[in-house]
Design a protein around this ligand. Structure first.
Ligand code: DQA
Length: 144
């Protein structure tokens, strides 16, 4: 049972910098994740928030709510949120960090992730497919 979390500004997918993030919407991404979930025989719950605290609370509660893996695109929080990092490291559910764009090919400030080190790994630059690969990893490799 996987939790897919999208952070700040990802509700603007489709409208936001389409040259960087593409023209598909968050709703389309979430439907795609649900479809991939059924292919992988796992249940998927998708959530998005522009609020750091909300993301923290979803992570805090993930294990209690029965989630066995978390895929997170923290948006810009990736680059500076020690609170998000602590929320991830302070719980037991494995987390994979995903970025739609290739953050290493962009501005300098995007090269640093304060959260990736406490995740199982990080996927960047593969578009929406990154979510699929993260889900596959969590289902197959971590045995969830
Ligand atoms: C992003 C990359 C971040 O640097 C940016 O702030 C985002 C989206 C991505 O998916 O490529 O909001 O996480």
């Amino acid at each position: 049972m996987l939790l897919i979390l999208n952070g700040p500004n990802l509700n603007r997918l489709g409208k936001r910098e389409p040259g960087v993030y593409g023209t598909l919407t968050l709703e389309e991404l979430e439907r795609q994740c649900e479809l991939w979930g059924s292919e992988l025989s796992t249940t998927v719950t998708c959530r998005q928030s522009n609020f750091e605290g909300q993301l923290l609370e979803w992570i805090h509660d993930a294990e209690e709510h029965g989630f066995t893996g978390i895929v997170i695109n923290p948006g810009a929080l990736t680059h500076y949120s020690y609170a998000l990092r602590d929320a991830i490291s302070g719980q037991n559910v494995p987390v994979v960090e995903v970025h739609i764009s290739n953050v290493d090919a962009r501005e300098e400030f995007r090269h640093k992730s304060v959260t990736a080190a406490v995740c199982k790994g990080k996927i960047s630059g593969l578009g929406f497919a990154g979510y699929r690969f993260a889900m596959e990893f969590l289902v197959e490799e971590v045995g969830q």
